[in-house]
Design a protein around this ligand. Structure first.
Ligand SMILES: Cc1cc2nc3c(=O)[nH]c(=O)nc-3n(C[C@H](O)[C@H](O)[C@H](O)COP(=O)(O)O)c2cc1C
Length: 308
């Protein structure tokens, strides 16, 4: 997830017991080919983050193949994923992301070009369609023929954006048509929704997005339940804030003090549902050191105790 699933967050997921394959945020193939230092720095990862898949976006098969070469030389992820589902204007106006659903020949050419580079799995992340939820059925078959090793489907159309409910049942129509593994995505936020999404879609796996933000424990919980073990449950407030503190330490390790400024976008996710959090918002956006964060955490815990 762009701006979120960087190395510190992925390390934290591992420390919280999650063993799932991690998909790192999408990177622009063109920027990698140009040697853009900032984009290239996003390829760094710690061995503990494996198994890990690097996602790329772009619309030019040649640049995508060149970018894959750089990625394999630099970080050797366990797989490469291609974004064919991002609905934002910046992506679709450049004919990548979700707009590739409307250009299946180009999408297939991208896959073929990538497949000729390295022998790692190449997967595609897409949606149910541009405007209709059954468009993905034909698109998925074209991708499979072009060599896709797996598909992840966000169960909404491009035009839906993030509105409405993810339609897990619509993914079943793809699962029934292709032989490659399909992962269902959208609105999976806990073990219960994970089980339901798997049941309704018949998919071989799930992909969790926003449900992991401020909640790096989710993978361990879902993995346990899928393995038939008891649900460890949601962490309590103190454990949640301990997780945030650990996230902050990992941010500092990776980025120095400015790591805490970069961490601020995670705060609303960690604080979601804490009663009365609004009153701490001003302090939260000013956190610039671990001491500031400690003070904020203490105040939140005190306030929660008093309101009990
Ligand atoms: C902040 C944010 C960043 C995202 N970045 C990416 C990305 O880099 N690549 C991608 O394939 N999808 C990205 N997505 C979409 C999610 O992967 C996912 O498909 C979508 O949020 C629906 O699943 P969810 O309900 O589990 O979040 C992003 C979503 C959000 C909210």
């Amino acid at each position: 997830m762009a701006d979120f699933t960087d190395s510190p967050f992925c390390r934290l997921i591992r420390e919280c017991g999650g063993r799932a394959v991690i998909f790192r945020e999408m990177l622009a193939a063109e920027a990698i080919v140009r040697g853009n230092a900032r984009t290239i720095s996003y390829l760094d990862f710690d061995a503990i983050e494996r198994p890990l898949v690097q996602q790329l976006f772009g619309s030019n098969p040649e640049s995508m193949a060149k970018a894959a070469e750089v990625v394999m030389q630099k970080s050797k992820p366990d797989g490469i994923d291609i974004n064919m589902g991002c609905p934002v204007y910046k992506a679709v106006s450049n004919f990548n992301g979700a707009s590739l659903m409307r250009e299946p020949n180009k999408a297939a050419a991208i896959l073929s070009a990538l497949k000729s580079t390295h022998n790692v799995p190449f997967s595609v992340k897409t949606r149910l369609g541009w405007s209709k939820p059954d468009e993905v059925i034909e698109f998925a078959q074209i991708l499979e023929q072009a060599g896709a090793d797996a598909l992840e489907i966000h169960a909404r159309t491009k035009l839906q954006g993030y509105s409405g409910q993810a339609d897990w049942k619509a993914v079943k129509k793809v699962v029934d048509k292709v032989k490659i593994p399909v992962l269902v995505n959208g609105d999976i936020v806990d073990p219960k929704s994970a089980l339901k999404a798997l049941e309704e879609s018949g998919a071989q796996g799930i992909l969790i997005g926003r449900g992991a933000l401020g909640n790096p424990w989710i993978f361990n919980r879902v993995e346990k339940v899928l393995a038939g073990k008891p649900d460890p449950g949601e962490p309590n407030l103190e454990d949640r804030l301990k997780g945030l503190k650990r996230h902050a330490e990992l941010q500092i390790e990776a980025y120095g003090e400015k790591g805490l400024v970069k961490l601020r976008k995670h705060f609303p996710w960690y604080f979601k549902g804490i009663p009365g959090f609004r009153q701490f918002r001003a302090a939260a956006v000013q956190v610039a050191s671990l001491d500031d964060l400690d003070r904020l955490i203490k105040t939140i815990i005190e306030s929660a105790r008093q309101s009990q």
